[in-house]
Structures are given as structure tokens and as C-alpha cells.
Design a protein around this ligand. Structure first.
Ligand code: ATP
Ligand code: MG
Length: 332
């Protein structure tokens, strides 16, 4: 039997961070043997809110690819593709736009949050507001049944499922309804205490941060704002420093001891942070090393992207044949 397909991806708007790792990359590494995995560098989507800054998007393509290779996404098992080089996705998006209302798209809670966060006010670029529709095309054009993502993407998967149902009921069964697969951590908070670590939020620890950058960021992390002195009892729940300890520190006994002393006012922030630095540095060192093996090897990197995109384009073309037939626009 053919392997089931995964489609997921990232916006090339900067390097990848710890949130990406626990939200999605970890599942991709785990599932790339079992599934036929496609991973998309979503440059078209990145341009919807970075159209004035195409240089950043272009530069980030290679940075994100390096991050993939660094964490162990294997191009022999995973097809890595560039969204803008598959025009069939844009074509399918145009047909999908007939199947959704403006009102429905603007009700998407993630889009709403992002509009606020980006300060668009009344001047929302139409392309940005519609990106979930384009994302539905990304997923379905490759017949993906599983989409490993962070929690902020659940409304996108729901929207995709609605579009699939509408398409199939109007034109006949062409697409399958994809399922989201959440990571070990659904939403990793930022180092500033924001509920989400995000590239556009400037609150990230990047997978490629140097030891010095990592140290600086960890030591400046937001903790319990009500705790002034190390002798004040502190709050552990929802405190990002302990969220990170829980996820990235394999020494569970140490974490339990730090939590206990923190709650009793018997440990300073500095010790908690220093121990977190050590745990994170141990986690990131092999990733940094693997990344450096590929850095500057442009020929190899380009080959990975070209081969992946070409393969993906073949699949997209096959799907579009079915779409044109179903929609009765397969004229000749
Ligand atoms: P941007 O700010 O440009 O949107 P981002 O940091 O949100 O960048 P994306 O490229 O939009 O990153 O997201 C890629 C994938 O990583 C998505 O599946 C998303 O849900 C997941 N992800 C991003 N940030 C987090 C996080 N803090 N916790 C868990 N998953 C995350
Ligand atoms: Mg995002």
C-alpha cells in the first residue's frame, strides 16, 4: 500500500526557533519514514505580509533549509519544495476563493490575532486575509492526510476541511479531509512571556543561536513578574522558564528540585536560568554542528530544493487534472 502523505511547512520569514522544533519539526523527523512527507517553504504566504521586503524572504529560504537539515529532516525521505515554483497552487487557490465568504475568512481567530499584531488596522492586504485559503490549496493539492503543526494553525486546518467538503459536494469526490497533528508542545511561549514564540514577535531562541546569544537570551528571560527577591515564593505554572525546563531539560529530578525550591523562595532566578542554559545548550550543540556541515554548500542546497520542487510539481499537476475535470474546465 502507498504511504499516506504529510504536508507541512514554514514561512521563510527568518530562521527556525525552539517553538518550531516542539510544535512541528519533532513530528516531521519522527514520521518521515512512515509517511510520504512533503515540506513546503511557503514563500508566497511569507510575501503576503512581507511583500515590501522580498530580500528577507529570499534569504530565509536557505536559512530554513539549513535548519531542516540541522535537525535531521532527510531530503532522501522528505520532499522539500518551494511554494512559488508550483503555480498550480495559485490556480487552485483561485477556485477555492469561490467557496469561502469574506466574512468566514476574517472570522479566523489566528488571522484576527495576526492582523492586530501586525497593526494593519483598516488596511488589511487582501492577500494576507486570504492566506488560509491558499494554505488549503497547499495541503490538498498534495492529497495530504496529515498536517503536523502548532496550535495556532488549527483554524487553518478547519478551514481547509470546510473547503474540501464544499468542493467535493459541488464537483464530486476529489479531495480528502486532512487532520492536524499537534506537537509535544502545542504552543511554546516566547522568552518575553508572550503566549507564543514567533519569528514576527522578536521573542525567539533560534535553533542556530550561538552559545553566547543563547546565554544572553536565557539570562534575560521573563519569569514570575511578582517575584522580586529570591526569597519570595514564586509561581511555576505558566512560568516560561519552567515550561522550557519541562520540555528541554532531560534531568527531571533537577527540574523537580528547582520547582520545589522556587515555590518555597529558596532559589534565585539566576540558578534556574543557568541550569536552563546548560540544558538548552546541550540540546542545541549537535544541531549547530550539523548546520555548519551544510553552510555555504550552495550547490547541494540548490539541488535539494530543485529536486524536491520538481517532484512536488508533478504531483500538483496530476491533482489539477482531476480538478479541471471535476469542474468541467477540461476543454480539450
Ligand atoms: P511568523 O511570525 O512569520 O508567522 P512563526 O514563528 O509563526 O513565524 P511559521 O512559519 O508561521 O512560524 O510556523 C511554522 C510552523 O511552526 C507552524 O506549524 C506553527 O504552528 C509552528 N509554530 C510556530 N511557532 C510555534 C510555537 N511557539 N509553538 C508551537 N508551534 C509553533
Ligand atoms: Mg506563523
Amino acid at each position: 500500500m502507498d504511504k499516506k502523505r504529510i504536508l507541512t511547512g514554514d514561512r521563510p520569514t527568518g530562521r527556525l526557533h525552539l517553538g518550531h522544533y516542539v510544535g512541528s519539526l519533532q513530528n516531521r523527523i519522527k514520521l518521515q519514514d512512515e509517511y510520504d512527507q512533503f515540506v513546503m517553504l511557503a514563500d508566497v504566504q511569507a510575501l503576503t505580509d512581507n511583500f515590501e521586503n522580498p530580500e528577507e524572504v529570499r534569504k530565509s529560504i536557505k536559512e530554513v533549509l539549513l535548519d531542516y537539515l540541522a535537525v535531521g529532516i532527510d531530503p532522501k525521505k522528505t520532499t522539500i519544495l518551494i511554494q512559488s515554483l508550483i503555480p498550480e497552487i495559485a490556480e487552485l487557490t483561485v477556485f477555492y476563493l469561490n467557496l469561502v465568504t469574506l466574512e468566514r475568512v476574517l472570522r479566523n481567530p489566528t488571522v484576527k490575532d495576526e492582523i492586530k499584531q501586525k497593526g494593519f488596522g483598516q488596511n488589511i492586504p487582501a492577500g494576507f486575509a486570504m492566506y488560509p485559503v491558499s494554505q488549503a490549496a497547499d495541503i490538498t493539492i498534495f492529497n495530504a492526510s496529515l498536517v503536523p503543526v502548532g496550535e495556532d494553525q488549527l483554524p487553518m486546518i478547519e478551514q481547509t476541511r470546510e473547503i474540501v467538503r464544499k468542493f467535493n459536494s459541488l464537483y464530486g469526490q476529489v479531495f480528502i479531509e486532512p487532520e492536524a497533528l499537534l506537537g509535544e508542545v502545542k504552543r511554546l511561549p516566547g522568552i518575553d512571556g508572550n503566549a507564543k514564540m514567533g519569528k514576527s514577535l522578536g521573542n525567539c531562541i533560534y535553533l542556530s543561536d550561538s552559545e553566547e546569544e543563547l546565554k544572553r537570551k536565557v539570562m534575560s528571560m521573563y519569569t514570575d513578574p511578582n517575584r522580586i527577591h529570591p526569597t519570595d515564593p514564586g509561581k511555576v505554572e505558566g512560568n516560561p522558564i519552567f515550561v522550557y525546563h519541562d520540555v528541554f531539560n532531560p534531568d527531571k529530578a533537577q527540574v523537580a528540585d528547582l520547582k520545589k525550591r522556587y515555590q518555597e523562595g529558596k532559589v534565585g532566578d539566576i540558578e534556574v536560568k543557568e541550569k536552563l542554559f546548560v540544558a538548552l545548550n546541550n540540546f542545541l550543540t549537535p544541531i549547530r554542528e550539523k548546520r555548519s556541515e551544510f553552510e555555504g554548500k550552495d550547490k547541494i542546497l540548490d539541488r535539494i530544493l530543485k529536486d524536491g520542487t520538481e517532484k512536488a510539481r508533478g504531483v500538483a499537476g496530476e491533482t489539477m487534472k482531476k480538478v479541471r475535470k471535476a469542474m468541467k474546465i477540461d476543454y480539450f
